[in-house]
Write a protein that binds this ligand. Structure first.
Ligand code: HEM
Length: 212
């Protein structure tokens, strides 16, 4: 009988659930960009995405890989039972995270996003989150290469928590949208930014209780 713990769907399942709406929204946007690129209708809603379709496509594919594959990296049982798989998937997750942050920064700085969807607060938060995500992944990679596993884990928790800001944004925005109408301008900026803040605080809490 193996003494190793059995993998459970609880943690990966919860993280996959959190990723569901951003990944589905990404698939819809990706199909729309591909459709417009092959002669489909440019609308007021999708025109800004067509100014940098390459960045949009790379962002969506990388962010989806980061959220979905990353969901399986934190389960201790999966890690212990399948260490080779953890290492292989980890490389893909780290590269996807870097690409997500780089393309996110590129779109933040280069895309004409209307003020009701991105004011100065959200602009600044996106730049800060993108840079912090890049730093967290870099420190995490450096740590694992030097055999500092606890440090590697802590920084990957931080990077993943920032990436999963998209999932928490859905959890925060959806009830507001359903009860008070779609949030816009500064109120939207505050809601979007607070999702990253919440995730960052939650990550620090998890790291301090030496999870998982
Ligand atoms: C892994 C986490 C992330 C996921 C799942 C994700 C997902 C998405 C999706 C699906 C879109 C298309 C939105 C639409 O169709 O309206 C998008 C757009 C965008 N993302 Fe991300 N993203 C993530 C991380 C980031 C990060 C870290 C940044 C900033 C550095 C960022 C910046 C942006 C920007 C600026 C846009 C364009 C927004 C607009 O024009 O309204 N994203 N993202």
């Amino acid at each position: 009988m193996s003494l190793l713990p059995s993998p459970s769907w609880k943690l990966p399942g919860a993280l996959l659930l959190l990723s569901l709406v951003p990944v589905a929204a990404g698939a819809v946007r990706l199909l729309d960009v591909l459709k417009v690129s092959s002669g489909g209708l440019v609308t007021a809603e999708n025109t800004r995405f067509m100014t940098m379709p390459g960045a949009v496509l790379a962002h969506i594919v990388a962010a989806s890989l980061f959220c979905v594959l990353g969901a399986f990296q934190f389960d201790a049982a999966i890690r212990l039972r399948f260490p080779r798989l953890h290492r292989i998937t980890g490389r893909v997750v780290a590269l996807s995270g870097i690409l997500t942050a780089l393309t996110g920064l590129w779109m933040t700085a280069g895309m004409h996003i209307p003020a009701e969807l991105q004011g100065e607060l959200l602009y600044g938060a996106r730049l800060l989150v993108g840079i912090c995500m890049l730093l967290a992944i870099s420190v995490s990679i450096r740590a694992v290469l030097r055999g500092r596993i606890a440090q590697h884990k802590a920084w990957m928790i931080r990077a993943y928590a920032l990436g999963q800001g998209a999932g928490t944004q859905v959890l925060i925005m959806l009830p507001v949208a359903l009860t008070a109408g779609t949030p816009t301008f500064f109120f939207r900026d505050i809601l979007m930014t607070s999702a990253w803040g919440l995730n960052a605080v939650f990550a620090e809490w998890l790291i301090r209780r030496r999870w998982p």
